[in-house]
Design a protein around this ligand. Structure first.
Ligand code: AMP
Ligand code: ZN
Ligand code: FE
Ligand code: FE
Length: 307
């Protein structure tokens, strides 16, 4: 039986399709022994399955995937936060604020879609989403009602930054989010870095800057990375003394080609040292004192927005 590691997956507490218990069961059946659920802006799934994980022998870390933006730039960046157990009240209250921002965004987005003439109502979006409503749920309704043929088309025409119903959400900056996670005792990792840019000079500049501003790790293993990209990211992690994380970004039926612990056609196999690094971080004595957020002597300027 394989002993797989998956530090990036979603449940129906955000935009995944499986319930937290169903995800835990799927992980077990797939041979995933070390797991972090990283729903968008919520740790609810962790609180639901932590006891069941202990009983089933799955090592479960508390995780979250935060939607943030680069300073001085609208570019959206996903930041992963990992904790050995549930973070404290201050961090959880902050997550609740982020949830309120999502609700506001969703209301504006719904109004825009209705203005565009679509027959879409809040109740149906909410029924589909069950818990947190995200853009993928709007996309699914647009598709179900025949307004678009594919989810991709829904994003391209309406929901993406260039789409007709785009609403700018009041997202926290990446810099603030790094501070928030680290203050709560968490490890920060830049999710699927190639989504920021595949211009490697620019990406290297971003990584170099944030490595000096509280970023702990790079998500080098991810189902959207080619082998070559993973190699380049591993080299960048080493260059900047960053740890390495990895995961499939499993969303269940919402992204059916991605399997938990394996990614797309087995393209994500997270090596054991990744989990060791995570455990090491959480057991290191006095780590907070050496926290990189406090290393402010380096006066590298903020990278400029790159469009
Ligand atoms: P939200 O967090 O509600 O703004 O929704 C963002 C989520 O939508 C991302 O995490 C992706 O899973 C999904 N998404 C974003 N862009 C696209 C796209 N072009 N095609 C399909 N899914 C997308
Ligand atoms: Zn998602
Ligand atoms: Fe993401
Ligand atoms: Fe994700």
């Amino acid at each position: 039986m394989s002993h797989l590691i998956d530090l990036h997956c979603h449940t129906n507490c955000s935009d995944g399709s499986l319930s937290p218990h169903a995800l835990l069961e799927r992980a077990g059946k797939s041979g995933v022994r070390i797991l972090a659920i990283t729903d968008h802006d919520t740790i609810e799934a962790y609180t639901i399955v932590r006891d069941a994980a202990e009983i089933s022998g799955t090592e479960l870390f508390c995780g979250v995937e935060l939607s943030t933006h680069l300073s001085g730039c609208e570019r959206s960046v996903h930041l992963l936060g990992y904790f050995p157990s549930q973070p404290g009240a201050e961090f959880c209250t902050w997550l609740q604020e982020l949830q309120r921002g999502r609700v506001e965004r969703n209301m504006k987005l719904l109004a825009k879609l209705q203005e565009l003439g679509f027959d879409i109502h809040w109740d149906e979006v909410q029924v589909l989403a069950q818990r947190q409503v995200g853009r993928p749920h709007f996309a699914a309704i647009l598709q179900r009602k025949g307004y678009v043929k594919t989810l991709k088309e829904a994003f391209e025409r309406y929901l993406s930054e260039d789409g007709m119903a785009w609403v700018d959400r009041d997202e926290p900056s990446l810099a603030d989010s790094l501070v928030k996670v680290r203050k709560a005792g968490g490890l920060t990792s830049l999710a699927h870095p190639v989504r920021i840019s595949r211009d490697w000079n620019y990406l290297a500049q971003i990584i170099r800057y944030y490595a000096r501003s509280g970023l702990d790790a790079l998500e080098c293993f991810h189902s959207e990375h080619s082998k070559e990209e993973t190699k380049k990211l591993l080299a960048l992690a080493q260059m900047h003394a960053l740890r390495v994380t990895g995961g499939s970004d499993f969303h269940g039926g919402a992204k059916p080609d991605i399997e938990i612990g394996r990614g797309r056609n087995g393209n994500v196999l997270v090596p054991a040292y990744v989990a060791q690094q995570l455990v090491e971080k959480f057991t290191e004595a006095g780590l907070n004192k050496q926290c990189k957020t406090e290393r402010t002597s380096d006066n590298t300027s903020t990278p400029r927005c790159h469009s």
